[in-house]
Design a binder for this molecule. Structure first.
Ligand code: DGJ
Length: 737
């Protein structure tokens, strides 16, 4: 609910268990009042009588006024949300003042507000596919303007009360005659209560994405960021924040946020002297530049944020439900749950032939796979990574009869067909590059640094975006393709584009635009976002894809840690997880099949092993696991996640995924490393109905235990006291009374 009191000029945004309040002060500035959990029966409104700051500012260093939108101007000495410069004044200027131009000072004052239904942030999906939950949502739009300069800025707040989530974005408009240069632009700044200084975020690298880190914010700034045209491996744009020692996995007040954007981004956490905490999130200030020409508007993407009283677990569950219900598209004719995928990359790499893919497809279908994806190497001159990217036509050297025979066989076997593409890239050794060497990001006269032998296409050029759209469109028109794995295997360097600095946003808009157009034209199509593993995972890309390739690292024990960090923000439904070889190709370590399945079954299960190299007995084991996963996947992909034991603090990872009504659950434990000779404790479960009776079944549907929800939640499930590294188990828990 959005409430405005015209006398006190206070806004109350009331969500299920939290409140966000602002006020227009006596100088018409919009200032933050409070954000936090609210008592269950506290339906009263905040009056705005209690002022969180004593005065405008006690001194420059101790600025305490919490402007909802902090601008460069006035006395700003700390980080700002928006910095703009104006060529001159709208009125004639005395000659003596000319050397002081441009004017870099913005002060925004309240003009008006409105409540609208279903407003959209910038770069919202345009494919037209529905989401699971289509209930309309209220958006508060508060219009502010500079009293002198022709700049208006609307602050937008879209409410999803059930998950205590607000999506926030800015709408800028140049109402004047001369261009305005926007030099810095975050989507929003959040004001957190003093002392909210314990930050949880993830860092990473290729094959080591989503490594959880927890730290105390220093006085000053700490940034997490990525400077490229994709989200990046080094960090991911989400955070959890709480008072040190006052929140835990299932307890305490936790503030959380994430950016719905896949480009160069920054989250900047700022602790002022006096422990005031601010979070600024949006476009990375690095090489940022946006010109608002006369009459032009710019809408930023959304900064998604919320608060809850149920610890880090409660924050994750809210983000998961929000993503499943409000962000992910629902494609036509696709399975309600993510299908079992077979991907042939680790089986054949660049050595693909029609015959070996058909053999793999037959084996995959026999073990229960539902979607067969042909990976890199099927097109142009792409026999290795050195050539072919950009030439999106089927290679007659690999598929002399085209893709039809393979697709026909895959479909005959009852599976859908998927195809790998890397549309933003070009190898210099390609027909596309030979024809258009100017179509890549580069600065004239400067080197073009190749990574993985490839360059990035300049999506600032409309003709490039059109060419790539047409290439993908032809493939989809010609072949029965149900799934695309959209890959992206390098970071940006030498970002020279025909659109100048605007390339950082133009690239993202180009990628989103192509996907949206394809999805609108092929509503049955599903897409996986991949960027050398988990390099493009965020709430922006999830609005137009169905799943993500979590990491190129498929080693079960490495993967369980990656998945734990991933689960802080993103739901299991989108987390593609393959079972690969006994001797892992990335780490060289051996893991039992059970461990590999138990880890992969925590997400959207896929298979990436060389099925042609497995014997009948092994294939039978694969089939049994896949059949088990199919029985539990609606719980894994749609339930509420409880991290019962986290690798971050224990030697094992144990999770429970419970259906929202508490009737069924999946329990999964994986021991990572444990001191031999010590027994592990039992792990109490959560989220069940205390008075209900449950049966605990193993993967052969054998009842291992019958107990009440109360017993399971107070004591736990025996059988995992084994300290062996790699010990793992997945159990299905069913209410029986
Ligand atoms: C990187 C991806 O993460 C892999 O799964 C595979 O598709 C390769 N690219 C292919 O080049």
């Amino acid at each position: 609910m959005i409430h405005f009191n015209p006398e006190s000029r206070t806004f109350n945004l009331i969500l299920q268990s939290s409140v966000y309040a602002m006020q227009v002060d006596n100088k018409d500035r919009l200032v933050h009042v409070v954000w936090g959990p609210r008592p269950a029966d506290g339906n009263e409104l905040l009056s705005g009588r209690i002022r969180p700051f004593p005065s405008d500012h006690a001194s420059f260093e101790f600025q305490t006024r919490r402007d909802e939108l902090l601008t460069f101007g006035d006395t700003s000495v700390h980080e700002v949300t928006l910095k703009a410069s104006f060529a001159t004044l709208p009125d004639p200027l005395p000659d003596s003042d000319a050397p002081h131009l441009p004017i870099r000072d913005v002060r925004l004052r309240y003009i008006s507000h409105e409540v609208v239904t279903d407003a959209e942030p910038g770069l919202a999906p345009a494919h037209g596919l529905p989401t699971v939950n289509r209930e309309p949502r209220e958006t508060l739009r508060i219009k502010l303007a500079d009293p002198v300069q022709p700049l208006t800025v609307s602050l937008c707040y879209r409410l999803t009360p059930a998950q205590d989530i607000i999506e926030r974005w800015l709408e800028l408009e140049n109402t004047g005659e001369t261009p305005i240069e926007i030099e810095q632009l975050f989507f929003a700044t959040l004001h957190l209560p003093n002392g909210t200084t314990e930050l949880t975020s993830v860092s990473g690298a290729w094959a080591q994405e989503f490594q959880t880190q927890r730290e105390r914010l220093p006085v000053g700034r700490r940034v997490i960021e990525h400077r490229s045209v994709q989200t990046g491996h080094l960090a991911n744009p989400f955070f959890l924040l709480n008072r040190p020692g006052q929140a835990w996995e299932e307890h305490g007040t936790v503030y959380f946020g994430a950016l719905a954007y896949s480009g160069s981004w920054q989250l900047s956490f700022e602790q002022l002297p006096g422990t005031d905490v601010r979070v600024h999130g949006g476009y990375h200030p690095f090489d940022f530049g946006l010109t608002l020409t006369a009459g032009a508007r710019h809408k930023t993407p959304a900064f998604v944020y919320g608060v809850c009283d149920e610890g880090w677990g409660g924050a994750s569950r809210r983000l998961h439900t929000f993503t499943r219900e409000r962000i992910l598209p629902v494609p036509q004719n696709a399975l309600a749950e993510r299908p079992i995928l077979y991907n042939s990359w680790e089986a054949t790499y660049f050595g693909i032939t029609e015959q070996n893919q058909i053999e793999l497809a037959r084996k995959a279908a026999a073990i229960g796979v539902e979607l067969f994806c042909l990976d890199d190497g099927w097109f142009g001159g792409r026999r290795f990574e050195v050539a072919g990217l950009g030439d999106w036509t089927v290679s007659p050297d690999v598929f002399p009869n085209g893709l039809e025979p393979l697709i026909a066989e895959v479909n005959r076997l009852g599976m859908a067909f998927g195809l790998w593409v890397e549309p933003e890239m070009v190898n210099p050794d390609s027909d596309l590059y030979r024809a258009h060497p100017d179509w890549v990001l580069h600065f004239p006269g400067r080197p073009r640094t190749e990574a993985r032998c490839q360059l990035i296409l300049d999506f600032g050029r409309a003709e490039v975006v059109e060419t790539i759209f047409n290439a993908l469109d032809s493939l989809l028109a010609q072949y029965n393709i149900a799934f695309i794995k959209w890959d992206m295997n390098r970071s940006a360097s030498e970002p020279g584009s025909v659109v100048g600095k605007a390339i950082w946003q133009a690239h993202v808009a180009g990628v989103y635009g192509i996907i949206d157009r394809l999805r609108a034209k092929y509503p049955h199509l599903t897409i996986e976002s991949c960027s050398g593993g988990g390099g493009r995972i965020d709430l922006g890309i999830l609005g137009r894809t169905d799943q993500v390739w979590t990491s190129d690292n498929t080693d079960a024990l490495d993967r369980v840690r990656i998945q734990e960090g991933f689960s802080l923000a993103y739901p299991a439904r989108v987390m593609e997880a393959w079972v690969t070889h006994e001797k892992n190709h990335q780490t060289g370590r051996f893991h039992e099949l059970g461990t590999r399945f138990d880890v992969a079954m925590r997400g959207a299960l896929g298979i990436g092993a060389s099925l042609n190299a497995l014997d009948e007995a092994e294939l039978k084991e694969y089939a049994a696991y896949i059949a088990f996963y199919k029985r539990i996947r609606y719980i894994v992909q749609g339930g509420d996640l409880y991290r019962l034991e986290r690798l971050e603090e224990a030697e094992a990872s144990t999770i429970l995924v419970v259906l929202p009504d508490g009737s069924e659950a999946v329990y999964s434990t994986v021991v990572h490393s444990h001191k031999l000779g010590q027994f592990r404790r039992l792990v109490p479960l959560r989220g069940l109905i205390p008075s209900a009776t449950y049966e605990v079944l193993d993967r052969f549907e054998k009842v291992r235990l019958t107990a009440t929800g109360y017993e399971l939640m107070v004591q736990g499930i025996p059988g995992d006291e084994d300290g062996r590294s790699g010990h793992s188990r997945t159990l299905h828990i069913k209410r029986v009374d």
